[in-house]
Design a protein around this ligand. Structure first.
Ligand code: C2E
Ligand code: CA
Ligand code: CA
Ligand code: CA
Length: 284
């Protein structure tokens, strides 16, 4: 451990975090200066990462993932700016923008009579602090006249940690309006089972990445098997993300997992490419 002074502030640094922390300090001020202009100039966009039914390899929907196409800095991945915007509160404005862009796309697909699958959007734990959240989503689907089930909502599990009652309340309200709630990053937090007991989510979303650091691979496999089994007992659909290899895909099939998402199937891709994928699938 070392104490490092940057821009008049002290930071505790330890090995691998050092570089990320350093990058973040460089990014921070620039991103904050540019964020509002970026929103008006429509520099934020989203990619779609398809979700698949494992047994048939058919696309069942997609997740919208934000990117920043910065005029000077180029293409920026969300892990660089989301934590900064969560800290200063801008994330809610950004998320509302992305949700609306997704609704516009769904509206266009409906108008064009395209085969339509749901798109899930991410809800930051910070968004949950806003009283506007539920009302905003309600107005949004009314404005674009979209069935709520087409705009799925991914809530990160770690959100439960600070405000359990609020999460229970918000999920109930949203579900009454017809929204599907996915519990994102399930198993990576400290209170997964508590959360599961209290919050009546519609889908569990488990990231393979959090299991990959366990000392024996075998052990990860057995944990995952147990999680899939638990979801079955609760009659909760489960989607496994971060699937990168054929072996992982075969293993997931063997333990009876039904839905997957990951680089092995497809990376997040521009909307146009996703539309092509859907068209190809429909003509098969
Ligand atoms: P997440 O919601 O857990 O999204 C999954 C992330 O894993 C995405 O990273 C995705 O590209 C990546 N991923 C998908 N399949 C694989 C795989 O097979 N292997 C590996 N190594 N990674 C895979 P991305 O797009 O960089 O997003 C990172 C995080 O940023 C997201 O994690 C989410 O927490 C946040 N985020 C992204 N878009 C939004 C947004 O519009 N709003 C909010 N609030 N957060 C967002
Ligand atoms: Ca997500
Ligand atoms: Ca996740
Ligand atoms: Ca995440």
């Amino acid at each position: 451990l070392a104490l490092k002074k940057v821009k008049g502030r002290y930071f505790m640094t330890c090995g691998e975090y050092d570089e990320t922390m350093h990058q973040r300090l460089i990014d921070e001020q620039g991103f904050i200066n540019d964020m509002n202009k970026a929103l008006t100039n429509r520099e934020f966009l989203f990619y779609l990462q398809p979700k698949y039914e494992l047994s048939t390899s058919r696309i069942i929907g997609a997740e919208a993932l934000v990117r920043w196409l910065h005029p000077q800095k180029g293409f920026i991945e969300p892990n660089r700016f989301i934590p900064i915007f969560e800290e200063n509160g801008f994330i809610f404005s950004l998320d509302k923008y992305i949700w609306e862009e997704v609704c516009k796309l769904l509206r266009r697909w409906l108008d064009e009579g395209r085969p339509i699958h749901p798109i899930s959007v991410n809800i930051s734990r910070v968004d949950l602090y806003s009283d506007e959240l539920v009302g905003f989503l309600d107005e949004l689907i009314k404005k674009y006249n979209i069935p709520a089930r087409l705009l799925e909502l991914e809530l990160t599990e770690s959100a439960y940690f600070n405000n359990p009652e609020q999460i229970v309340d918000i999920t109930q309200k949203l579900q009454k309006m017809g929204f599907i709630i996915l519990m994102d990053d399930f198993g990576s937090g400290y209170s997964s089972l508590n959360m599961l007991k209290d919050v009546n989510v519609n889908v569990l979303k488990v990231d393979l990445k959090f299991l990959q650091n366990t000392s024996q691979n075998n052990r990860s496999g057995r944990i995952l098997n147990a999680v899939v089994y638990m979801a079955k007992c609760l009659e909760l659909p489960i989607i496994i993300e971060g699937v990168e290899t054929l072996q992982q895909s075969e293993f997931l099939q063997s333990i009876g997992c039904s839905w997957v998402q990951g680089y092995y199937y497809s990376r997040p891709i521009p909307v146009k490419d996703y539309e092509k994928l859907i068209d190809q699938m429909e003509y098969l």
